[in-house]
Design a protein around this ligand. Structure first.
Ligand SMILES: Nc1ncnc2c1ncn2[C@@H]1O[C@H](COP(=O)(O)OP(=O)(O)OP(=O)(O)O)[C@@H](O)[C@H]1O
Ligand SMILES: Nc1ccn([C@@H]2O[C@H](COP(=O)(O)O)[C@@H](O)[C@H]2O)c(=O)n1
Ligand SMILES: [Mg+2]
Length: 200
């Protein structure tokens, strides 16, 4: 990986299928990715989880990443893309759910120019802010950004920077919008219907 090729989603001779999983903070991206992995054999790469692991690893970028996450800001694309590339290269799988990425225009355009990978489809979990706030405040996973002050900042970043990326993919006909306000099992029924149509 690292350069644009004639066959954009090809890495070391294997065809890579990438699905971006987008939606607001707390819309249920991680929850549904777990279900998709169990049922459809994808590997789940959460950009947020990779960044949190980078902090824990004691990397030189750790303090910068931690400060950005506390403020609900988007880490420079170059950092997140390196983590995603490494995870893709180290995996034996060819099918990836990339959760929480691209989060802004810089994420999107840098990923495309650096990797040449284009998503097969983009899953968009659509949920009201009121419901997402309730879920995040009840999540109880010890995340430093699940407090009301940071949650509000994350919502602002989502509206200003992430929604335009979803709109961009919608203009390309790639977005599959899901009503994420339903109960978890009902959301997964809708997700399944979409995946049954995706060519493996
Ligand atoms: N459909 C749902 N109905 C009710 N609760 C849900 C639903 N989906 C997920 N949850 C719960 O909401 C919380 C947030 O879900 P999850 O971590 O999957 O969201 P996320 O989109 O990955 O959030 P983030 O962007 O912050 O990582 C979790 O506690 C999860 O159990
Ligand atoms: N592409 C991304 C994804 C995430 N971040 C930072 O991580 C925080 C948590 O992300 P989740 O998807 O786990 O909610 C997010 O608020 C950002 O600070 C990022 O910078 N770039
Ligand atoms: Mg998540």
């Amino acid at each position: 990986m690292g350069s644009v090729t004639d066959s954009p989603n090809t890495e070391a001779g294997k065809k890579i299928t990438v699905i971006f999983v987008l939606g607001g903070p707390g819309s249920g991206k991680g929850t549904q990715c777990t279900n998709i992995v169990q049922n459809f054999g994808y590997t789940h790469l959460s950009a947020g989880d990779l960044l949190r692991a980078e902090i824990k690893s004691g990397s030189e970028n750790g303090t910068m990443i931690q400060n950005m996450i506390k403020e609900g800001k988007i880490v420079p694309a170059e950092v997140t893309i390196k983590l995603l590339q490494k995870a893709i290269q180290e995996s034996d799988n060819e099918k990836f759910l990339i959760d929480g990425f691209p989060r802004n225009e810089e994420n999107r355009s840098s990923f495309e120019s650096i990797t040449g990978i284009v998503p097969e489809i983009v899953l968009f979990f659509d949920c009201s802010e009121e419901e997402m706030e309730k879920r995040l405040l009840g999540r109880n996973q010890g995340r430093e950004d699940d407090n009301i002050e940071t949650i509000r900042k994350r919502f602002n970043v989502y509206m200003e920077s992430s929604l335009p990326v979803i709109q961009y993919y919608d203009s390309l006909g790639k977005v599959r919008k899901i009503d994420a306000a339903k109960p978890i099992d009902a959301v997964f029924e809708d997700v399944k219907a979409i995946f049954e149509k995706v060519v493996a």
